[in-house]
Design a protein around this ligand. Structure first.
Ligand SMILES: [Zn+2]
Length: 253
């Protein structure tokens, strides 16, 4: 039996979403992968000032390393390898909390605001929700106090976020352990040989062992929200909000 996970209460993982060829949302002068990374550095600085140990899942514009794989993964396989690498890093660093930073994009330019995701289908689901609520409330409070309009879209359960061919899929970094077989990898546009361990027919993903949340900071696809994302004082307010949510979750505020 695997030994139980022991979290270091002073270690936090910040996950800037996307990177490399996966750009995320992009519009009105904001590129999500760049904005997420810049925001992660801000949050890191604020948390280090509070004496915490902060691990970023990436510090450059790149995806996880594909070293050791039989073939260079593409599409779904590349995304899965990247995201699994981020989760594995958080587990190996014994983090007490995992916070993924994103901004939203929508085909409709009208959608705007802030939303925060958690997963209800895990052993520590109540802590996922507590972390998500604290990040949500702190970000909204800091952004409003700085004088920016923040449409509160709420804290949402991601356990059935993406329906694909009749099945539900959570956001990978928030979801529980699951098995993806060769057939599903193919149907979702991946290359099984780049993803599957040699001689195996399924990919067994590993979930974070600590509570996790994902914050969507405004809509890059909305002109007013994108202007907020380009504003220096607004960005610092967002970072203060994310950091404050984490320090409140850890009992430091
Ligand atoms: Zn994103």
């Amino acid at each position: 039996m695997a030994s139980p996970y022991v979290a270091d209460p002073r270690t936090v993982v910040i996950d800037p979403g996307h990177g490399g060829e996966e750009v995320g949302a992009a519009n009105f002068g904001v590129v999500e992968k760049e904005s997420n990374l810049e925001m992660a550095f801000r949050v890191e600085r604020l948390l280090v000032e509070r004496g915490l140990r902060v691990v970023l899942t990436r510090r450059v514009d790149a995806r996880a390393s594909y070293e050791g794989l039989a073939a260079t993964p593409t599409g779904f396989s590349a995304q899965r390898v990247d995201l699994q690498g981020r989760v594995d890093l958080a587990n190996s660093e014994h983090a007490a909390a995992y916070v993924s930073i994103h901004s939203n994009g929508s085909a409709s330019g009208a959608e705007r605001g802030i939303e925060v995701y958690y997963n209800s289908q895990r052993p520590h689901a109540a802590e996922n929700l507590r972390l998500a609520r604290l990040v949500n409330d702190s970000v909204l409070a800091e952004v409003s106090a700085a004088g920016y309009p923040a449409n509160a879209r709420g804290v949402k359960d991601d356990s059935c976020l993406r329906a694909f061919q009749g099945r539900c899929f959570p956001l990978f970094v928030l979801g529980p352990d699951r098995v993806t077989n060769r057939d599903e990898i193919l149907r979702r546009g991946g290359n099984p040989d780049a993803l599957l361990p040699r001689g195996q027919d399924e990919f067994r993903s590993r979930a974070t062992q600590m509570p996790a949340t994902l914050v969507e900071l405004f809509f890059i696809s909305n002109a007013e929200d994108a202007a907020i994302l380009r504003s220096e004082p607004a960005r610092e307010a967002m970072a203060r909000g994310v950091a404050r949510g984490i320090t409140r979750y850890l009992g430091l505020d």
